[in-house]
Design a protein around this ligand. Structure first.
Ligand code: COA
Length: 369
């Protein structure tokens, strides 16, 4: 057996499944979701359409089922007790999704879980603000209704479209840690709810989905472009990681960063023509983020010339979700709302083609005489 080195313990390069759902080409910076480049999907196909592609269900049917899922989840909120009062939205989501029922029909369960994730995220945000949850409106699209339930009033169309593009962009991403967790649970013959709950637990970690809130904290701490270099030098010098930088697979810039930048520019331009302060704020934030990205890249290149550490999805997620109007505590749960689509698709694929996932460990403990 090969020596278990540092790479082996992270399962780097180990193929655990054949998938038709998405492909991450880390050398070229290309992401394919359901047979399309992510740049061609975001803003062109709705989140519901992409769920349809991932789950192999007609888009109109998916939209109805997800909307029904939102309504059902809202009706069940009363069963959750204190789950929505947790400090962390990911804890609330994990506790709330654990209450979901499994019907055994994978496509129906997937739509229910996607609907429920949005309702739980929104209800948790409202509870944090000391407000009552807002009931879903099944006639609205998923992104628009999610934002309406979360913010308590109907959002501008541009913000809904931007959230829709965000959800599409994060809907799936190869064999990432949370997807693998969902696959492992499914491979034992367990149900979709259990798989998604395990995936939420994996996504919560800052090395996976928990980075965008800290990215915004970093931008706040830096404040203006000329302070970026010194701030980053100090962090890296103290052995801390720069959130939103680096990726296990990408050796070039994460293609999703550019998709989000375009969405932020669009929102900023629309807000500028509406003549409020929002447009200026968004332009400033984007300029600061770009400048921090450039400095972080240069500093990390000097420290790790052998390993390109470039901006990942979470760097511009922070700026985009802030421009959409979501608070930073809601960033990771919003990621989960989008990624639930992919988790459910992987559960279906694992059930159809996978075997029990059961790797091995190398015993290095004492051996009794
Ligand atoms: N800031 C500073 N240094 C970083 C770094 C970052 N964001 N990302 C990686 N490094 C350094 C590590 O310290 C390590 O250095 P060492 O060999 O001197 O110890 C080297 O680069 C390789 O890192 P490693 O932990 O082996 O890479 P990985 O593939 O396991 O990790 C991430 C990938 C994403 C977990 C990692 O880049 C990271 O922690 N990024 C910040 C968190 C983040 O943005 N998460 C969201 C991911 S989408």
């Amino acid at each position: 057996m090969a020596e278990a080195g540092r790479q082996d313990t992270g399962l780097e390069g180990v193929i655990v499944a054949d998938t038709r759902l998405s492909d991450v080409d880390g050398e070229r910076g290309r992401l394919i979701i359901a047979g399309e480049n992510v740049e061609a999907l975001a803003g062109a196909r709705s989140f519901e359409e992409v769920c349809g592609l991932l789950w192999d269900v007609p888009a109109a049917e998916v939209a109805t089922r997800i909307a029904e899922g939102r309504v059902r989840a809202f009706a069940n909120l009363g069963r959750l007790g204190d789950a929505l009062r947790r400090d962390s939205g990911m804890d609330a989501l994990r506790a709330g999704l654990a209450h979901a029922d499994s019907s055994g029909d994978a496509q129906a369960d997937a739509a229910s879980l996607v609907g429920a994730a949005a309702v739980l995220m929104a209800a948790w945000m409202r509870a944090r603000a000391g407000a009552a949850p807002v009931a879903p409106d099944p006639s609205r699209d998923h992104a628009g209704d999610t934002l309406r339930m979360a913010l308590g009033s109907p959002p501008e169309a541009g913000r809904s479209r931007a959230l829709d593009a965000y959800l599409v962009t994060v809907s799936d991403h190869g064999m990432n840690a949370s997807t693998f967790a969902a696959r492992v649970v499914t491979s034992t013959g367990s149900d979709m709810v259990s798989a998604v709950v395990a995936a939420v637990g994996a996504l919560k970690g800052p090395l996976h989905g928990g980075a965008p809130g800290p990215v915004l904290d970093m931008l706040d701490a830096i404040g203006s472009p000329e302070r970026a270099r010194a701030w980053i030098e100090e962090e890296v010098g103290a052995g801390r990681r720069i959130m939103g930088m680096g990726h296990r697979i990408y050796r070039v810039r994460d293609p999703r960063a550019a998709v989000f930048e375009r969405q932020i520019e669009r929102l900023a331009e629309a807000a500028t023509s509406a003549q409020g302060d929002d447009g200026q704020r968004m332009h400033h934030r984007l300029a600061l983020a770009r400048s921090v990205e450039r400095d972080a890249e240069a500093i990390l290149r000097a420290r790790h010339p052998e390993r390109p550490l470039r901006a990942n999805v979470e760097f511009f997620t922070a700026v985009l979700l802030e421009a959409i109007g979501l608070p930073r505590e809601a960033f990771a749960p919003t990621f989960a709302v989008g990624r639930t689509a992919g988790w459910c698709a992987h559960v279906m694929e694992q059930r159809a083609r996978g075997r029990l996932i059961r790797p091995a460990s190398r015993y290095v403990g004492p051996v009794p005489d």
